[in-house]
Ligand binder design. Structure first.
Ligand code: ATP
Length: 377
């Protein structure tokens, strides 16, 4: 139908972006469909809506030159092909009308720049100027233009690159990785909300450590979540070492992710040890200790949520509680946290109790048989 309407308007139109990518990946067909018209996307949307059953409303975003139709559970987003240029201090581009090529040039990754033609004459033809299909095949994230320009223009793309790599289990090409590291400081012009959106998506991917390792490798992690980077490293005093709590955390996150799709439990797993960096001490008699790190960690959760402008609501409290619980055996041995308090925490976790227990179990990675026995009890 969109093709027919485009023909009537004498306009070319294409499906572009995520829909095309996921179609070739045979992923679940996305409900968000991006359509680009060479001309007015708003006019195209209005004409399409008139012809659809029930004549759905068109939401027009004049400032962005886009229009959206919600229809049968789908969101059809229409935009006129455009050319973008950027100013140094803003993610907001200066926009002018453009050709399909211009529109493909402004896309973030080759795999997101593919377009399928909708007009009758070339219906279904794939327009793939940057080899997106081959990159899908080789599982690689690559930018259409020079990576330095792509990431500097819109630094959110750095997070998107990591997120797609994590969601699709792709690798980011070397030049892109370098460009991200070089431009890491520009992440500061991206709103906290957008960063958190991408973090959520990384955490919700099948193996979140893929994305977390990339954030670490590109040096974005110390800017976004310095509390985690602080966990890295093993110190040795008098022949006594402690485990590397950063790499341990990644293992715990992957473990939890095998058993639960709950985003907040995954956050809790990610943050369960953050109190360990500031509480680390070496005692001549006992060795390494992280005394009361759960309590310090829970406070840090609050600060971290606040800094990232995440809502300080019941979800935050849930994560805090999980962090408090994260070393169940240690907590139980603290005088001021009684058994019933722990039971209350578990009760508050509601439907997630089993996952919660898995979280606690997953934390028990000691090879010391004595400790293992104590932990089991
Ligand atoms: P998902 O729905 O899984 O997030 P998607 O690719 O549909 O994947 P959207 O954020 O909906 O992601 O973006 C739609 C399309 O718009 C992308 O496929 C890409 O072509 C383009 N796009 C989105 N954000 C950017 C950006 N920051 N820079 C360049 N192109 C972008």
């Amino acid at each position: 139908l969109i093709g027919e309407v485009s023909d009537e308007l004498g306009m070319e139109s294409y499906v572009i972006g995520g829909y095309v990518r996921d179609f070739f990946l045979k992923r679940e067909t996305p409900t968000d469909i991006d359509i680009v018209g060479i001309g007015s996307g708003i006019q195209l949307a209005k004409k399409v809506a008139e012809k659809l059953k029930g004549k759905p409303d068109v939401s027009v975003f004049k400032n962005f030159g886009t229009a959206m139709i919600k229809y049968q559970g789908m969101e059809l987003e229409f935009v006129g092909a455009r050319k973008e240029s950027y100013q140094r201090d803003s993610r907001k581009p200066i926009v002018e009308d453009g050709t399909l090529e211009d529109d493909q040039n402004r896309r973030d990754f080759t795999i997101n720049a593919m377009a399928l033609a909708l007009n009758k004459v070339n219906f279904g033809q794939l327009l793939d100027p940057f080899g997106g299909l081959a990159d899908l095949d080789q599982k690689i994230i690559r930018t259409p233009l020079e990576p330095g320009i792509t990431y500097s223009d819109d630094p959110l793309r750095m997070m998107r690159a990591v997120r797609f790599a994590s969601q699709l289990n792709f690798t980011i090409e070397l030049e892109s990785l370098r460009a991200i590291t070089e431009n890491k400081g520009r992440i500061k012009i991206v709103s906290k909300e957008r960063i958190v959106d991408e973090l959520h998506k990384i955490l919700m991917s099948q193996v979140p450590s893929v994305g977390l390792k990339l954030l670490h490798q590109t040096e974005l992690l110390p800017i976004i979540l310095p509390e985690l980077t602080a966990l890295q490293g093993i110190e040795e005093i008098e022949g006594q070492r402690h485990k590397d709590n950063f790499w341990h955390t990644l293992e715990v996150v992957d473990n939890i992710s095998r058993t639960t799709d709950n985003l907040w439990l995954r956050w809790a797993a990610l943050l369960h040890d953050i109190g360990k960096a500031p509480t680390k001490k070496f005692h001549k008699k006992i060795g390494w200790t992280f005394h009361a790190h759960e309590f310090v960690g829970a406070k840090m959760v609050y600060k971290l949520f606040k800094r990232l402008r995440m809502p300080l609501n019941d979800k935050m409290k849930f994560v805090q509680k999980m962090v408090l619980m994260s070393s169940r055996p240690i907590i139980l041995s603290e005088d001021h946290v009684t058994d019933s308090a722990v039971r209350r925490l578990v009760f508050d976790a509601g439907d997630h109790v089993e996952d919660l227990m898995t979280l606690c179990e997953a934390d028990i990675t000691t090879k010391n048989p004595k400790k293992q026995k104590r932990y089991k009890n």
